[in-house]
Write a new protein. Structure first.
Length: 98
């Protein structure tokens, strides 16, 4: 998936995550993560973000995520929404299990 613009998804509310994705021409995924539960779940949150981007075919991007205790499913949804918005897609893959 080719990203064309900067896009965001999520909120700064409790149990949510704000994800901002910017396109990059090379260098892979650059991830900056801030979380209120970084000590306990930081590695898992990063893993879910990277897995979601990989599943969408995003190879190069700058990602900034500010987590407020979001569950894995919320992280996946916010990353997917931000990536699809950044790619300018209007057709969404709604398959369950991603």
């Amino acid at each position: 998936m080719e990203l064309k613009q900067t896009a965001m998804a999520g909120t700064m509310e409790s149990s949510d995550i704000m994800v901002t994705i910017e396109p990059k021409s090379e260098g892979g995924i650059e991830l900056e993560l801030t979380s209120s539960v970084m000590q306990q779940f930081g590695r898992r949150i990063e893993e879910v973000i990277r897995e979601t981007l990989q599943g969408l075919g995003v190879e190069n991007a700058a990602v900034n995520a500010v987590d407020k205790g979001a569950l894995d499913c919320t992280v996946r949804a916010r990353v997917s929404a931000a990536a699809l918005r950044a790619a300018g897609q209007e057709e969404y893959p709604w398959e369950v299990g991603q």
